[in-house]
Design a protein around this ligand. Sequence first.
Ligand SMILES: *[C@@H]1O[C@H](CO)[C@@H](O)[C@H](O)[C@H]1NC(C)=O
Ligand SMILES: *[C@@H]1O[C@H](CO)[C@@H](O)[C@H](O)[C@H]1NC(C)=O
Ligand SMILES: *[C@@H]1O[C@H](CO)[C@@H](O)[C@H](O)[C@H]1NC(C)=O
Ligand SMILES: *[C@@H]1O[C@H](CO)[C@@H](O)[C@H](O)[C@H]1NC(C)=O
Ligand SMILES: *[C@@H]1O[C@H](CO)[C@@H](O)[C@H](O)[C@H]1NC(C)=O
Length: 284
Amino acid sequence: MAPSISTNPLLSLLLLTFLSLSIFHPLTTAQPLCYMCETVVNYTSNSTFASNVNTLLASLPSNTSSNNGFYNNTVGTNRDPVYGLVLCRGDVTPATCKSCVDVAIQEIKQLCPNNKIAYIRYEYCLLRYSDKRFFSLMEDATKVILHNSANITNPTEFLPVLEDLLSSLSNRAANDPSLGMFATEKTKYMGSQDVYGLVQCTRDLSMNDCGRCLEGAAGDVIGCCSSSRGAKVLATSCNLRFELYPFYTASDSGPTPAPPNPTSKGMLLIRFRLFNLYPFLLCS
Ligand SMILES: *[C@@H]1O[C@H](CO)[C@@H](O)[C@H](O)[C@H]1NC(C)=O
Ligand SMILES: *[C@@H]1O[C@H](CO)[C@@H](O)[C@H](O)[C@H]1NC(C)=O
Ligand SMILES: *[C@@H]1O[C@H](CO)[C@@H](O)[C@H](O)[C@H]1NC(C)=O
Ligand SMILES: *[C@@H]1O[C@H](CO)[C@@H](O)[C@H](O)[C@H]1NC(C)=O
Ligand SMILES: *[C@@H]1O[C@H](CO)[C@@H](O)[C@H](O)[C@H]1NC(C)=O
């Protein structure tokens, strides 16, 4: 069963108002793309759960960076268990991964003090923990889609290129076990313009669920953003992005490393699932 998170329509409206005010803020590496704190039930600072959260968080940075950028852990199997995972973007170095996770831990403690369920996502990593076991459960009911407000010159020619790119990426990430549920790819549009894509799933998923999550995200981006010069879909279990410039580090001779997060400039938050919205899922 998926972790159940209550929905409050009033809260959703407030949240959207807030979002409409905050979407133009430029992002820095230290600023999360999105975060969510479940505040309905809190834990107390000196409880067993609190100590389990601290033990869990402390186990994440080194284990994640030494485990190819993914690590999940459970602390407190007999009493007040806490479940957590970290995923780093598949192309970042172990050092970048670790420093992203270090920041995520500091920030999640500040942003979600004493909250039993929390989630924070940066360009280079995401961190999630909960008092309910969520491993292997594909979660994409809450998605955030950001897109570049600038348009592509020839949307008619771009659409099939984008469809092929996203379909190829999703197939590779979900069908080639050697990729670790991460794929990047470059293609061309109008003969000369490079288009860069990236997809990734959290590695607790089955290959099949990874494919389902990415297909959903690809469908969303085709539906909303096939005239945009770039877009990203952030679902809890997977994410997808395309741009007309190199934003990832290719393992082969492809794009050059992007500077830390040049990405979200000009990105607008365009869509938010109104149903099943997490309380306090905030995005910049
Ligand atoms: C839980 O903590 C948050 C702050 O993190 C607070 O806003 C909220 O009111 C608390 N919830 C309860 C039920 O006390
Ligand atoms: C936590 O601390 C409060 C106040 O310091 C105390 O009243 C309470 O008994 C403590 N609870 C536990 C589980 O230690
Ligand atoms: C890494 O994980 C293992 C097993 O979960 C744990 O024993 C160890 O303490 C963790 N490493 C750190 C630095 O916490
Ligand atoms: C990590 O997730 C996998 C996949 O669901 C699960 O089998 C494993 O028990 C989890 N590890 C821990 C330490 O909870
Ligand atoms: C991009 O295209 C959309 C839909 O075709 C249009 O509404 C929007 O104004 C365009 N944006 C710019 C910056 O031209």
